[in-house]
Design a protein. Structure first.
Length: 327
């Protein structure tokens, strides 16, 4: 007996008297391979990696399938599989308002891997990058809150919107703007994807009738989520072309003369304080926290007095740096 979804070729054994099926044997032998998506680790001008195309809807040799968390798919053995895919997955659905919708067909060898690359095309790269990092941040939060129902939904992610120097979330979707001479395409920056999803976590985590969204706090939570995933207080490297957007552990602002229309809404007092407190507290919980007399350096630059005061109000005295020296 032949089957197509999923693919199978079965020998079925039946009762000689009644014809009732008793057992079946799969006659096909299967291979597997891994689908990867090439995307920036942080921003499009920095390091790039081949990430697992996790939880992605694919069509393998004509049969619909979904990749595993490692990007693996199975198929009948005997040669490379034809894998057709877009950027629609179990938990993230990317749509683009400019350029061609991301779609490809790839030959996946048995036991091997194949990588989808679009690094030279802003609009396509934004779609791939947003898919990769939106799925990653969802799985990161799932490890913290496995019963958070919002994580099981397929979240729309809209990229290449005809605007600049910003991104936004509305509690259900995440949205990213195109590049211009001053700012990078925000859908190509991992930190911004993490940050915008942080807003949705905040909105969705509020208990109706008990709490309400608070803008500055949401900014700080979102910055802290991003900094925790990247393990860096430098937020959104390359957001402004040639510069970071801001720093979670200092009061540093956007570069002089640049547009204030950035994802750096956390430069409001509450948002900056929340992000700095989280970063300071997180450092205090690591072995790299400075001891008495130690020198702390960071690519964000030295802490200013306001940042130190904020950290001291939020963290134990043992976490306070005795000196701060920029390098």
């Amino acid at each position: 007996m032949h089957a197509t979804a999923p693919i199978g070729r079965w020998a079925v054994y039946v009762d000689a008297a009644t014809g009732e099926p008793l057992a079946r044997e799969q006659l096909l032998r299967f291979a597997s391979g891994n689908l990867k998506i090439n995307a920036p680790v942080r921003g499009p001008n920095g390091q790039r990696l081949d990430f697992a195309a996790a939880n992605l809807g694919v069509v393998v040799n004509g049969a619909a399938a979904v990749t595993s968390i490692t990007g693996a798919v199975s198929f009948a053995d005997g040669g490379p599989a034809n894998v057709a895919t877009t950027v629609l997955g179990s938990f993230v659905a990317v749509a683009s308002e400019a350029g061609a919708p991301a779609a490809t067909q790839l030959a996946l060898p048995p036991g091997g891997q194949v990588t989808w690359i679009a690094s030279s095309d802003e609009f396509l790269d934004a779609q791939l990058t947003t898919y990769v990092h939106a799925d990653r941040v969802k799985q990161f939060v799932r490890a913290i809150a496995p019963d958070f129902a919002f994580l099981d939904q397929q979240m729309p992610a809209i990229v290449n919107i005809a605007d600049i120097c910003n991104a936004f979330a509305d509690g259900e979707t995440i949205n990213f703007f195109q590049s211009d001479a001053q700012c990078e395409n925000t859908g190509r920056i991992a930190d911004v994807v993490y940050h915008e999803f942080g807003h949705n976590v905040h909105f969705q985590g509020i208990i109706p009738g008990v709490g309400f969204p608070e803008g500055a706090l949401s900014e700080g939570i979102s910055d802290f989520l991003s900094a925790t995933i990247t393990d860096s207080p430098d937020l959104a490297p390359g957001f402004f072309k040639g510069s970071d957007a801001r720093c979670a552990s200092s009061t540093r602002r956007a570069p002089s003369g640049t547009s204030p229309r950035t994802t750096a809404r956390s430069t409001t007092a509450g948002g900056s304080s929340a992000a700095r407190c989280g970063t300071c507290a997180r450092r205090c919980g690591t072995s790299s926290a400075p001891g008495p007399g130690s020198r702390r350096s960071t690519s964000c630059g030295s802490r200013r007095s306001a940042a130190r005061s904020t950290c001291r109000a939020c963290t134990p005295r043992s976490c306070w740096p005795t000196t701060t020296t920029a390098t």
